[in-house]
Design a binder for this molecule. Structure first.
Ligand code: ATP
Ligand code: MG
Length: 167
C-alpha cells in the first residue's frame, strides 16, 4: 500500500433507484479497463441493477439487456471499456472462480464486475473495489483491497462530494 493511501470505507446511502444510478455514474467515471468491482449483499438488493446502470453510463444502449449471469456465469457488454459481468453465487471454491478466466480478462482490458465476488478477490486477480450493499436501510459500504482500488475509492469519494455540492 502506498504511503498516505486512504483505506477508510466509503459509506453511501441509496434510498432510491435514482441514487443507485448516481453511484453507478460516479463509478463509471473513476473505474478503468483492468479494474475489478465486486458486489455483495442479500438477494435482490440491487447488484444487477447497479451493474446495469454502470453499463448504461459506459455507453450500453437501453435496448441491450443487462441481466444476472447466474447461469451463464459471465456476460460481456460492448461498453467502453468492455465490461465482463459475472455472478459467482453458485461457485464454491477459488479454483472454480479462477477457471472463469476473469483475471486474464482484466489483463486484456475488460472492466470486471462480479456479483458475490468479495470472498474470491485473489482468484479474480486481486486489488478490487469491494461494494457491500445493504437493504435496511438501503446503502453501500465501499472499500479497497489494494493500491489501485484505493485510488479508485478516493476518486469516487471526491466525485460524490462534488456531486453533492452541485459542482
Ligand atoms: N435504491 C435501490 N437501488 C437499487 N435497486 C433498487 C432500489 N430500490 C429498489 N430497487 C429494486 O430492487 C431490485 C434489485 O434487483 P437486482 O436483480 O438488481 O438484485 P440483485 O442483488 O442482483 O439480486 P440477486 O442476488 O438475485 O442477483 C430491482 O427490482 C430494483 O428496481
Ligand atoms: Mg443479480
Amino acid at each position: 500500500m502506498r504511503a498516505g493511501a486512504k483505506m477508510e470505507t466509503l459509506r453511501v446511502e441509496l434510498p432510491t433507484r435514482r441514487s443507485t444510478t448516481r453511484l453507478a455514474r460516479a463509478l463509471s467515471s473513476v473505474l478503468a479497463a483492468g479494474d475489478c468491482l465486486t458486489l455483495n449483499g442479500p438477494l435482490g438488493v440491487g447488484k444487477t441493477f447497479l451493474t446495469r446502470a454502470l453499463c448504461r453510463a459506459l455507453g450500453l444502449p437501453t435496448v441491450e439487456p443487462v441481466t444476472s449471469p447466474t447461469f451463464t456465469l459471465v456476460n460481456e457488454h460492448p461498453t467502453v471499456p468492455p465490461v465482463a459481468h459475472a455472478d459467482v453465487y453458485r461457485l464454491d471454491s477459488p479454483d472454480e472462480v479462477r477457471d472463469l478466466g476473469l483475471a486474464a480478462m482484466r489483463g486484456e482490458g475488460r472492466l470486471v464486475v462480479v456479483e458475490w465476488g468479495e470472498p474470491f478477490v485473489e482468484a479474480l486477480g486481486g486489488d478490487a473495489v469491494v461494494v457491500r450493499l445493504e437493504r435496511e436501510p438501503r446503502g453501500a459500504e465501499i472499500s479497497a483491497t489494494g493500491e489501485r482500488s484505493a485510488a479508485v475509492v478516493d476518486a469516487l469519494r471526491a466525485k460524490l462530494v462534488e456531486g453533492a455540492a452541485g459542482c
